[in-house]
Design a protein around this ligand. Structure first.
Ligand SMILES: Cc1ncc(COP(=O)(O)O)c(C=O)c1O
Length: 389
């Protein structure tokens, strides 16, 4: 994220007088991303959905509504949130639906994507008998992905995701109107182009019989380096090859990148061979991808160990010895009460927080376009207690 944007968010948050930890969202940046996505929709006819698994801060949904055609859900709860708070189309995919979920989802969702032929055959009668118009599709596995890490590779050998082309041979697809693939992760149109080649090579005969094709998420369309013109050409190419197909994209990250920070405070300073700062933000409870992915978050004004005069190990407030965000250096010594601002924490981080050790969940604030910071939500003891009994 640009440093001046991050500093402006931190200043607005400080002026609002809220306590840390807190996610601070940037309304203007959400609109900037929305404009880029709406531009793709207008130029290509492709519909773009918000993948709520990446970003589900529903109080800002009204601001995103004009740019997007609806939401993509990973199951009943996300579908319900999308229907209640966003509106528009509600698409749902799950690796495996349970019978009760299907019964509830037919009231809410208009596009179902099944992960296997078994799931489709099990639920097709119930879904197609629903009084609402529901379009059903299958997730396919193009057996091609350029995922950087295996944990993000849905086409890895033995993956549970999607139907293989060989499994479609001779299958009864009556009632299936769409195909869906999701193989990208923070990637550009080059990777999409190569993926499409694999999809065409393996699934073209079935595409001819479909009404829609969903290209999944992982398209980092709003990143400064993303080649939007290339994406527009690829989408035009799909339209040329299969003019009958409505194309969908369901990015999550692209909607929320560079739209929010996580602000924490230094609570204590200790020493054990290296100066250590204990923060009120936790890697494991508040930024689990730091450990899971893993990756090193950017902290405003901080450098690599040794780059600046004062290096610290930054640790969280939980019992996990490995609740360590990393080693960072600063121009001046850290002091208790100092605030640290973690870049780009709106996507995936907000939706993944936990109350492990009873640590408070970060509050959520929004810096409006006029620069004023408003608190959307604060969490307390009841939020911790409420999910445990
Ligand atoms: C099926 C599906 N659709 C969309 C997405 C959103 O991907 P991203 O946030 O990388 O755009 C994901 C992410 O895992 C996914 O699994």
């Amino acid at each position: 994220m640009p440093a001046d944007q991050v500093r402006a968010l931190a200043d607005a948050f400080a002026a609002g007088g809220q306590d840390t930890p807190a996610f601070v969202l940037d309304e203007s940046a959400l609109h900037r991303n929305g404009e880029i996505l709406a531009g793709v929709r207008e130029r290509t006819g492709a519909k773009i959905l918000l993948a709520q698994k990446a970003f589900a801060c529903f109080p800002v949904y009204p601001g995103l509504r004009p740019y997007l055609s609806g939401t993509a859900a990973s199951g009943l709860h996300e579908a319900r949130l999308g229907a209640e708070e966003f509106g528009g189309e509600v698409h749902v995919f799950s690796p495996a639906f349970k019978p009760d979920e299907i019964t509830a989802l037919v009231e809410i969702a208009d596009h179902f994507v099944f992960n296997s032929l078994g799931q489709w055959h099990r639920y097709q009668d119930e879904v197609l008998a629903a009084p609402r118009a529901i379009s059903c599709g299958l997730r396919i596995n193009p057996e091609y992905a350029e995922a950087v890490a295996e944990i993000y590779n849905p086409c890895a050998p033995g993956s549970r995701f999607g139907v293989l082309a060989a499994q479609l041979e001779g299958a009864d697809l009556d009632g299936i109107e769409g195909l869906h693939f999701h193989t990208l992760c923070e990637q550009g149109p080059d990777a999409l182009e190569r993926t499409l080649e694999s999809v065409y090579a393996k699934f073209d005969p079935w595409l001819r019989r479909m009404k829609w094709l969903n290209l999944g998420g992982g398209h980092l369309i709003t990143a400064p380096e993303y080649d939007v013109e290339h994406l527009v050409r690829l989408l035009a190419g799909i339209r040329e090859r299969h003019p009958h197909l409505q194309v969908y994209l369901e990015p999550g990250e692209a909607i929320a990148i560079r739209t929010g920070v996580l602000i924490g405070s230094v609570i204590d300073l200790v020493e054990n061979g290296i100066p250590i700062a204990v923060l009120d933000v936790s890697a494991t409870a508040h930024m689990p991808d730091v450990l899971e992915m893993p990756y090193r978050p950017v902290i405003e004004g901080a450098g690599l160990p040794g780059d600046k005069a004062h290096t610290y190990r930054l640790g969280g407030p939980t019992c996990l010895a490995g609740d360590v965000i990393g080693d960072y250096s600063f121009d001046t010594p850290l002091e208790i009460g100092d605030r640290l601002v973690f870049h780009d924490m709106a996507h995936y981080t907000m939706v993944k927080t936990t109350t492990f050790n009873g640590v408070p969940l970060p509050g959520i604030s929004l810096v409006k376009e006029n620069g004023v910071c408003t608190c959307l939500r604060q969490f307390g003891y009841e939020d911790y207690r409420g999910r445990l009994g």
